[in-house]
Design a protein around this ligand. Structure first.
Ligand code: NAI
Ligand code: MG
Length: 499
């Protein structure tokens, strides 16, 4: 009864929200120059949430010009570190004060359970701004060892206008991971949110100005990839593109850089991460709990999802049974109900894509142990039931391509060497996990596996100082951590003859 009541409360709060859909440029909400709009859709029921301004090249030009003007004026780029810190702390406080609003907006815009928004996305976004603000006056240059008649030093300065292009799976959090270090370092930002989840960035923009952020420093241009993202990435006045999304588009970012001004490019491009369960794991229940979270959490729409679950043959039947039971706790349902563990996918096209992969898995001869389709009773939303394939081999398409949905592939192996060889047999290299009670084996795995992040007897954990990013086609950038902030600066070497 209380759960029903709580769910009704969140629906009422959602109905009362006034959603802003215009672009945010130079400190103001403005329509797109061409007047074009698109609809933002709630994937839980297909209803239209808002009309959103659809930016194009002229809007990008306007936003970049406003960012550049603010940068050159020094209103932010030359603000004293302590003052810039104060603005970002106030910004973090305001995000926290609006936590329910952010939670509702991303939930209705892209389908994730409101409980996850409140427990994970919003608090971690707030933490990201606080951590990054704390780092601002810790950035240092250096002085070189030279002959006494010379003073040689290295300054660290902001880049200028930074373009951030983000995906829809964690709209608020991925935006925070990009804009917090970019702003902290003194840059101006033009953000291009994903067209599937355009709304929370607009609330963020309003709060930045409310926190004391100068006009023009943070701009938001919604729109589609080729119409708004591409001109941003090709812009000659943009000094860096920070991108999270598919490897296909990540590669394009580097091409765009080469076709324009050789801007810096950082990419985080997802993966096909191996989650290895050794027979000597201390506790299969715990391993299965984390394995389920690793592929069914956030509907499996997670770049570091442990989508390939490698299980040692000696424990295969036992582990599979426990894992199937854990999957049951991710029953799809109304994402505004705080008791729901899995919402719909981001939209109907992602649902189609994931169902297509499920078909490909069945055709290849993998056995569908559970799920495998649209859950009964939820046909009006973009839902896919948590799905487990067994008997998967690493050459199957479902083991090679990023599905970005709640689809687990169980792959059997014999012994450590085979586990590592299967783990590394992929174009990606974002995350990897291992469950074992053998300390040596655990650290050998950390040494041997080709991945940017390794979890031992854990999965998808970490905090703000834990660098987040991948090897191979999972990209070249690192989010979070002090290094991320540094990556939004450039050095200037100064050589002074002092007599
Ligand atoms: P995407 O890579 O197309 O979109 C990511 C961002 O790039 C969005 O803001 C989009 O508007 C923008 N974009 C697209 N084309 C562009 C272009 N030519 N120039 C500039 N910006 C452009 O990903 P999409 O289509 O939303 O999802 C497809 C697949 O990509 C997913 O099924 C998943 O496998 C993967 N993906 C991975 C993510 C990750 O976190 N690593 C996040 C989102 C998607
Ligand atoms: Mg949407």
């Amino acid at each position: 009864m209380t759960i029903v009541a709580q769910s009704a409360t969140w629906h009422e709060k959602a109905a009362r929200l006034k959603l802003e859909g215009r672009l945010f440029i130079d400190g103001d909400f403005v329509p797109a120059l061409g007047g074009k709009v698109f609809e933002s859709i709630n994937p839980a029921d297909g209803s239209v949430l808002a009309e959103v301004s659809s930016g194009g090249p002229a809007d990008i030009d306007r936003a970049v010009a406003s960012g550049l003007k603010a940068f050159k004026a020094g209103v932010w780029s030359r603000m004293s570190p302590r003052d810039r810190m104060a603005v970002l702390y106030r910004f973090a406080d305001l995000i926290e004060a609006h936590k329910d609003e952010f939670a509702i907006i991303d939930t209705i815009d892209m389908g994730k359970p409101i409980a996850e928004m409140l427990a994970v996305d919003v608090p971690l976004a707030v933490l990201c701004f606080r951590f990054t603000a704390e780092c601002i006056d810790k950035v240092q240059g250096s002085v070189g060892a030279t002959s006494p008649d010379v003073l040689s030093y290295v300054l660290r300065q902001p880049l200028g206008v930074v373009g951030c292009i983000v995906p829809w799976n964690y709209p608020l959090l991925m935006t925070a991971w990009k804009i917090a270090p970019a702003l902290a370092a003194g840059n101006s930002v033009v953000l291009k949110p994903a067209e599937q989840s355009p709304l929370s960035a607009l609330l963020l923009a309003r709060l930045f100005v409310e926190a004391g952020g100068p006009a023009g420093v943070f701009n938001v241009v919604n729109g589609f990839g080729p119409e708004a993202g591409k001109p941003l990435a090709l812009h000659n006045d943009v000094e860096k593109i920070a991108f999270t999304g598919s490897a296909e588009i990540g590669k394009l970012m580097m091409t765009y850089s080469g076709q324009s001004n050789l801007k810096k490019v950082s990419t985080e491009c997802g993966g096909k991460s191996p989650h290895v369960i050794m027979a000597d794991a201390a506790d299969l229940e715990t391993a299965a709990t984390w394995a389920a979270m690793g592929i069914f959490g956030n509907q499996g729409e997670v770049c570091c999802a442990g989508s390939r679950i490698l299980v040692e043959k000696a424990i295969l039947p036992e582990f599979t049974e426990i894992f199937r039971a854990k999957a049951a706790s991710y029953a799809p349902g109304d994402p505004l109900d705080p008791a729901t563990g899995m919402g719909p996918l981001v939209d109907f096209s992602q649902q189609k894509r994931v169902l297509n992969y499920i078909g490909i898995g069945k055709q290849a001869g993998a056995a569908c142990l559970t799920g495998g389709g649209v859950p009964v009773g939820l046909e009006k939303g973009a839902y896919v039931a948590p799905t487990i394939f067994t008997g998967v081999t690493n050459d199957m398409t479902i083991a090679r391509e990023e599905i970005f949905g709640p689809v687990a592939s169980i792959i059997a192996f014999d012994g450590y060497d085979e586990a590592v060889s299967i783990a590394n047999d992929t174009n990606f290299g974002l995350a990897a996990g291992i469950w074992t009670s053998d300390l040596g084996k655990a650290h050998r795995f950390a040494r041997d596996v080709e991945a940017g992040m390794v979890y031992i007897n854990s999965y998808m954990n970490g905090d703000m100082q834990f660098p987040f990013g991948g090897w191979k086609e999972s990209g070249n950038g690192r989010d979070k951590c002090m290094d991320a902030l540094i990556s939004y600066t450039q050095t200037k070497s100064v050589w002074a003859t002092i007599g």
